[in-house]
Write a protein that binds this ligand. Sequence first.
Ligand code: T6T
Length: 326
Amino acid sequence: MKKCLRPALLILTLCALVTPCWTRAADKKYTVALIPGLTTDAFYITMHRGAQAAADALGVELIFQGAPEFNPVQQVPVLNAIIGRKPDAILIAPTDKTQLIEPLKKAAAAGIAVITVDTFIGDGHYQTGSGDADFPLSYIASDNILGGQIAARALAKAIDDKGKVYVSNVKPGISTTDQREQGFKEEMKKHSNITVLETQFNDDDANKAASQLQSVYARNPDLAGVFGANLFSAVGAAAGVKQANATGKIKVAAFDAPKSIVDQIKSGEIEMTIAQHPAEIGYYGIMTAYAHLTGQSVPPLIGTGFTVIDKKNADDPAVKKFIYSD
Ligand code: T6T
């Protein structure tokens, strides 16, 4: 009597015959480490969320490990510990353009694919064959010069195109915040009745940014506006304006979009903010690492978007989805 294979068994048998090649490729589980600028910042928490979504979709193991402060002295030991775990790729937001070059060279020398997210090393131009910091495969980030320009235009409008302003910034040597200040100042050159005072550096400390606001205001009672060039600078500058009872008199343009900043936009304490898309940065970071690890070419620069949030659109669901997770 002829024996028939039952349909389910037939399918299983066919699968066993035809699948060995792709099964082997899919079985390779890659490990990618994401090293943020610091772990407790809503910007990087949101980036982690995006990276995790891509890692889950691709079956990649994601390690998220960072330092408690935005500081190369704290970030380098974290990087060294990660190198010791030998992941297939590292996504990192370098906390200094220069000081992370040599430590990251060690990762590349150990055969680990290096991609920078949010911030860059050197001049951010990778895979050019020139300079000593072009070895990362890709840089995935917002256009920070453009962001600074957008903030300058918004602040100029808020202060009727005249008066004194300054930039509340983190510290020199960070690619993102340096470029935001550069874009802000370039744009303000086009506004002849606006004077840009000396930048105040707060070391990513909102309390310091708040007291600096009050000192600048004490020296310049005609201060009209401030640009907070990242989350802590903006939160601190806005707090300083409030403590000085100058809400409405000193206008605040912010960068980054934690819920607290959006609430302050609604209450009129902040004019506008530039929401980056950190989840996109994390998502594309993992996708890019995976593409490289599976033999695809990857672009040396991937630009992600912005959403400008102000009082008019702060409740729009299409905008609200860009508020950072915390
Ligand atoms: O603005 C972001 C990030 O883009 C920058 O490099 C450092 O500061 C933040 O993390 C916000 O605190």
